[in-house]
Design a protein around this ligand. Sequence first.
Ligand SMILES: NC(=O)c1ccc[n+]([C@@H]2O[C@H](COP(=O)([O-])OP(=O)(O)OC[C@H]3O[C@@H](n4cnc5c(N)ncnc54)[C@H](OP(=O)(O)O)[C@@H]3O)[C@@H](O)[C@H]2O)c1
Length: 328
Amino acid sequence: MKALVCHQYGPAGQLTVEHREDPQPGKGQVLVEVHAAALNFPDTLQIQGKYQFQPPLPFIPGSEVAGTVLAVGDGVQQFQPGERVMAFPGIGGMAGKVVAPASAVRSIPDNMDFRTAAGFAMVYTTSYYALKQRAQLKAGETLLVLGASGGVGMAAVELGKMLGARVIAAAGSEEKLQFVKQFDPDELVNYGDGELKEKVKALTDEKGADVIFDPVGGALFDQATRCINWNGRLLVVGFTSGQIPAYKANLALLKGASMVGVFLGRFRREEPQEYERNFAELLHFYAEGILKPIVTRHFPLEDYVAAFDVFTERRVMGKVVLDVRAPS
Ligand SMILES: NC(=O)c1ccc[n+]([C@@H]2O[C@H](COP(=O)([O-])OP(=O)(O)OC[C@H]3O[C@@H](n4cnc5c(N)ncnc54)[C@H](OP(=O)(O)O)[C@@H]3O)[C@@H](O)[C@H]2O)c1
């Protein structure tokens, strides 16, 4: 099979496309022929050796894919060869074939194409967990989403609307806000000028947002702590700015606010039944046409540098996907 391989940490230009031995499914595993592999921000960190979970070198990046089942290992009865699936192998997805535990494979709704399926799980399960279990977002509350045009941000805007919140979608440029408009947020805020706090206060009668979804960190996090409402919940999702901010605890006291961590991988391990319920609900929402994720960019596997550059140059809108097999 062909595979994108990371032999040394560095920029995407140091990756290589190579021929590799096909993997074989072990007990409890599913072998998937990959049609599309999604990119996520952590992929860009992992190839540089900067992520909190680093596989040993050399490795094939790619945590989530969509394709067809080629074979199943002993003990796997719920999937058949030829079935359309999405899979989350964690690593190894940017290749012609990958194995994943059956517990990390799902059937794809009939109305979902491979590109959409490849990029669905990570961002929607993260943002749903954040809003539903961690923030316990209620209908009528105000939800501020930072980085709203990116993967988890787009999902948070869509899910926030679905849950009945008043959604303020915030991003760093007008172009990104135009993209987010498709998800029907109630308000748009451009924080490219550094004035997030003032703009959010003006939109909330000076009170601030009830729930703030923050995948960015850095200076934006600091502003977010100052435009949060009484009893507010600030969701710590990620640090795409490259800076892990410090929290001024007096602000929690003054606003009765909570800083709430969001860690999808640990949620999945600690609360598997809740995770499964969330996932099943999300697939149902998609099948019913309630969720409409957008894959804005797709590249052949061989154009991986251009695909990674979309992330490192802060140009992401919606999902970015590599076509490992040419779409039929
Ligand atoms: N906690 C969890 O369990 C979990 C799960 C999945 C992902 N995550 C994390 O969530 C974050 C977002 O992931 P994603 O895949 O949605 O990323 P993404 O699609 O690249 O979106 C990230 C957003 O961050 C903003 N941003 C601000 N400064 C940036 C910079 N210097 N470089 C790049 N982007 C910057 C961008 O919006 P603007 O330009 O509009 O600011 C961009 O839309 C990552 O940190 C990821 O590790 C966490």
